[in-house]
Ligand binder design. Structure first.
Ligand SMILES: [Zn+2]
Length: 176
């Protein structure tokens, strides 16, 4: 853990033993990123080049099947993760509860530039109800062909809530 991260964890009240007790990984921050989407409020979403190419292939294939996949979140720096956690703490949420929905800084797959939070226009955004959408059904059937997998199924070993919207790309043998 870098000194900066250690300070951030201490300031947020995150115990270091969490890495072991929740099987968390400290990820390396993405270095090379390219733009993949712009949200309605002008935020630019980025991924590493290989994940971006896989995302674009997957989005196109889904579109051809009548499913509109859009990005609700992609790369986030660990400094941004600190802000997101602080915002919840300020709103009165206890740190243990915050860490069921947000990874500690350094431990989010979003730092790697390989993870995307996916929604479909008009559907639920970053809520469990996403699992009832045709987009989720499509992803379950096809995402693996493009190297994406669901990171946090129900009762996952990392102690995160079920996140049907969160998919992470990994370099492996893909069929498309
Ligand atoms: Zn996510």
């Amino acid at each position: 853990m870098t000194p900066e991260l250690a300070i951030a964890w201490a300031e947020l009240g995150i115990p270091f033993e969490l890495l072991q007790s929740r099987h968390l990984t400290l990820f390396t921050e993405a270095s090379e990123l390219i733009d993949v989407a712009v949200s309605d409020d002008g935020r630019i979403w980025q991924l590493i080049p290989a994940a971006a190419a896989a995302w674009e292939r997957m989005q196109r294939a889904a579109w051809q099947d009548g499913v509109d996949l859009q990005i609700a979140s992609a790369y986030r720096a660990s400094t941004r993760q600190v802000e997101l956690i602080q915002r919840k703490l300020t709103a009165g949420v206890l740190i243990d509860d915050v860490l069921q929905v947000l990874a500690p800084p350094g431990c989010s797959e979003h730092h790697t530039g390989r993870a995307v939070d996916i929604f479909t226009p008009g559907g639920p955004v970053v809520t469990e109800e996403f699992e009832n959408t045709p987009a989720f059904t499509w992803l379950n059937s096809h995402a693996a062909e493009f190297g994406f997998s669901l990171s946090f199924p129900r009762d996952n070993r990392y102690g995160y809530v079920y996140e049907p919207w969160h998919w992470c790309w990994e370099e492996k043998n893909t069929t498309k």
